[in-house]
Design a protein around this ligand. Sequence first.
Ligand code: SF4
Length: 462
Amino acid sequence: MLNHTPTEIAERSALRINPAKTCQPIGAMYAALGIHRCLPYSHGSQGCCSYHRSHLTRHFKEPVMAASSSFTEGASVFGGQPNLMEGLKTVFTTYDPDVVAVHTTCLSETIGDDIPQIVGEAKRQDIIPEGKYVIHANTPSYVGSHVVGFSNMCTAMATYFAQEVKPARRRHTDATQINIVPGFVDPSDMRELRRLAEATGFKVTMFPDTSGVMDAPQTGKHIFYPDGGTTVDELKNLGRGVATMALGWWASRDAAIQVEKKAYVPREILDLPIGIAATDRFMQILKFRGGVITPDLERERGQLVDLMVDTQQHFHGKKVAIFGDPDHVLALTEYVRDLGMIPVHVLTGTPGKRFTSEAERILGPKAASSNIKSEGDLFTLHQLIKNEPVDLLLGNTYGKYIAQAQDIPFVRVGWPILDRVGHSLIPTLGYAGAVRLLTKMTDALLDRRDRDAPDHQFELVL
Ligand code: SF4
């Protein structure tokens, strides 16, 4: 399918071909689903909302509930206030959410609709029932990416709900509560983060938390608001935490800063805990904040170390290309480096100069011979791989076309994964997630070795 991608690379500034990202509202919608009894609300046209819902459904294999202002030509010209007012009325009378989380789209941003003003008017007209909430995040898609949209909605959660705490009252902190902003990860990853933090003795307030929402069990009954999600009370009490751990600079940092601004809860900004080093740093912060590393946690880590040693010969010196969301890509780059691999192409579609400097720091002297690119696209990645082939490709589903064209072993990781199942139920974060990833990478490399082996080298034991 991609046989005609040229090897000659031309600099492009005004054109993206097969972008390695999607638009802001998808991230905002996914984050909003992580609030208990929350209905995401897309202020724009129906087409945007349908695309965002269906894209999330294709990854999670779960229905995604969301409302839309359903703009038509009139709203596009005169503004979307009447649509939003009518939409809020319908949503509260028909679907009875506790929270409506409004995000904008390209169209409503271009018109310049003032969401706080419209919501204020809805309050004055008693459209928002007592005890119910409407929050909002601006998510113009012509800047940033779905990761930025996710971050903006997480920050809105802190802005709207976290109760202000004066420094003098910080003594009322609950020493057993820790806040975690998990990043744009699967529900299984959120469960895993909670499990690890609770194992050290903390009560965890995770926001957002899509576990129990986007991986709800099949019961035969449709439940509009599944049991999961961060409750409004938990969000109000973010100020009680001993710290807010923001996992991923792009997806989580701003929310933690906002909690710090409102309630003086210190922030701990960390990489996504993918692989051994990043998970170690996650556990060290838990320990530093008062958690206890139990023998069971040490055993988990030891098993991962054992597996890394057992498989070292399969990874050493192998070249790898990694693409996807910046927080994922940087953490994966560090992990494969620790496995002895050489990340020769490292690319994200999300803008940000920090991506390049962080990747350079992780790769050290090897960075000089690696291609590191932010705001890149998959056309460029394909060209880079054609110029310098790799042994393994890591990234989301969209990488399959490059993998097929270049005949490269491919491991699906990150978001979205549209052509496989089960990925959102099994974590890739933490020590257990690192074991899973390592297993998938080993399988991909050894399957290729078996496929290409002549009969006399087709071994039973590898
Ligand atoms: S890029 Fe803009 S117009 Fe397109 S789906 Fe996203 S929000 Fe809608």
